[in-house]
Design a protein around this ligand. Sequence first.
Ligand code: FEO
Length: 397
Amino acid sequence: MNTQLAKDVFWVGVVDWYVRDFHSYVTKRGSTYNAYLVKGSTATAAIDSVKAPFVDKQIANILAHTSVAELKYIVCNHAEPDHSGGLPALVATFPNATVLCNAKCRDALSRHYNIASWKIQIVKDGETLSLGDRTLQFFDTPMVHWPESMAAWLQEEKILFSMDIFGQHYASSARFDDEADLCEVMQEAKTYYANIVLPFVRPVQAVFEKVKGLDIQIAAPSHGIIWRSHFAEIVAAYRNWCVSKPTKKVIVVFSTMWQSTRKMADAIAAGAATRDVRVKVMDTLTTSDTEIITEVMDCACIAVGSPTLNQSIMPAMAAALTYIGGLKPAGKFGFAFGSYGWASKGAEEAELRLKNMGVTLIQEPLRCQFVPDVAMLELCHKAGVALADKALEVAKE
Ligand code: FEO
């Protein structure tokens, strides 16, 4: 495995082939916890740690390039435990090393670990650290994705250790974008953006503004593949994602009890498919919330359906809408639908949740008692056509 980013700059992280859950984000392709080592003429710095159970492997990777005595700094860009969990072991293993972080990060670390004996040096936004012939510069990147998040810039090699920005949960034996399957990597970068970064649009734009003067040649995120040959592609994708650019895509998401709401969903999708839009239909029981939000992120329009269960919506739909709503997809148009037995509550509750998510409703909810008849399925079909027409009107592609 090629782990060298530049002369004396190495990836010293860990590949986690097996992880499938990341605080409810389904990581179907595993992940990596990226950590790096920069050797300067007068000092060596490690950048970030890994999840606690993997730290022995990180230590072995560091020691393949340097000695215990030589490691002078451990940069902590982010206190989230997948990047700081190994810090206590790193600090114990490398007694000459000083932990470098910003003030908010020190505070966060103190709430995770007993840091009383740690040597800690606080760095301010824009501050530099000389490693002799190498210089690290630190940029606060608040809320991308925690308040204390920071990125590190290796000036001489033009490498940005970008933390969560440009990351992907993607386990691979390849470390670089030109060694991996770029379609898979871009898909996982999009999934990562939708599931982690999406609520932080303004902070992402602020980071872009902050680093716009840097001539970035390599972007080394905290998860997944390192960008060195296709950096322009991932930047272009981020520019679209962070303005929530709607595409000609209609999403139909549903839960069903006795297939009535599914029949309504199918009719809506069939109506939408009569227009020149991409249509995706997703059952909350068989599609993860992770996949749903990834599709919703760049759609123009969405229809959400649930039958009534106990005066509300189906639990799987409630979970999906809670997850999606928390990630704040912006600028969508849509409507709700659903079947019921004796009291119509599901479609109404779905509509309320769409409203709370900021979706602009283009019609009243479609409700059907027990089983949709031909007339109801025709109404659903027409609503699907109208949804697709709206998508064509608002899409920017
Ligand atoms: Fe993998 Fe917000 O960190």
